[in-house]
Design a protein around this ligand. Structure first.
Ligand SMILES: C[S@@+](CC[C@H](N)C(=O)[O-])C[C@H]1O[C@@H](n2cnc3c(N)ncnc32)[C@H](O)[C@@H]1O
Length: 230
């Protein structure tokens, strides 16, 4: 009897007893409370994040946390970024339907999936091989056919597919890698966290005469590894 009382109070329910979760409702709540209620205004970004099933990019044991207002571990000491940060970076990029986008730091593949809804082609590079393989499988099984995942070091970009309209970097280097600037089109935009202890989310625009830079938010990303020596 005591057990029944506890369960009725919802204190000790198992997932099976709770029944299937309404992931769509959780996603709607995430978009309303974490994105729209803050400062994310782009209908294309809000719609994309409403559509992409974020929980399927989070490893099963932590799936319940997928729509929380925080980054979630995905293994190998890496994380899927907080939904607000994904939205903020994506909005700052102002991705258009014909764009070719390069992402450095595939991680779970979630940011790439959001970008793939907005762009023509997404090229994404992940240095941790098992993460790249898992992201490839997740993206493939969900039918995101315009995302190309490469296992490798993003410091060098992806010269075979350059130049890119947009570049997003989701791990923090101590300075902007020169190869990435070179692979950005004139008129192109890059969003990149820069710094070691304290990081700023930097937005760079390549103009015909140089680079315009704006620092936007203080952020905390995992460090970008694989810095070439010399
Ligand atoms: C915050 S996580 C990425 C989150 C990811 N965008 C997502 O949606 O799940 C940063 C990722 O960058 C990767 N990374 C770090 N240094 C890298 C490098 N030099 N080249 C490519 N990927 C790198 C890490 O292994 C990690 O998976």
């Amino acid at each position: 009897m005591l057990v029944t009382a506890v369960m009725a109070g919802g204190l000790d329910e198992t997932a099976a007893q709770r029944g299937p979760r309404d992931w769509e409702a959780e996603r709607r709540r995430m978009v309303a409370q974490q994105l729209r209620a803050r400062d994310i205004r782009s209908p294309r970004v809000l719609d994309a994040m409403l559509g992409v099933p974020r929980h399927l990019f989070v490893p099963e044991p932590r799936r319940d946390e997928a729509y929380g207002d925080f980054p979630v571990p995905i293994g190998f000491d890496q994380t899927i970024s907080q939904p607000y940060i994904v939205a903020f970076m994506t909005e700052a990029l102002a991705v258009e339907p014909g764009h070719r986008v390069l992402e450095i730091g595939t991680g779970s593949g979630y940011q790439a999936a959001v970008l793939s809804v907005l762009a023509e082609e997404v090229y994404t590079i992940e240095i941790v091989a098992p993460l790249a393989e898992r992201a490839r499988q997740t993206l493939g099984s969900l039918g995101y056919q315009n995302v190309h995942v490469r296992t490798g070091n993003g410091y060098f970009g992806w010269p075979e597919h350059a130049p890119f309209d947009r570049i997003v970097v989701t791990a923090a280097p101590d300075e902007v890698p020169a190869a990435l600037v070179q692979q950005l089109k004139v008129g192109g935009v890059m969003a990149i966290p820069v710094g070691t202890r304290s990081q700023e989310l930097r937005i760079l625009r390549r103009t015909s005469t140089g680079i315009e830079t704006v620092d936007t938010l203080p952020v905390r990303f995992v460090p970008m590894t694989g810095k070439p020596r010399g």
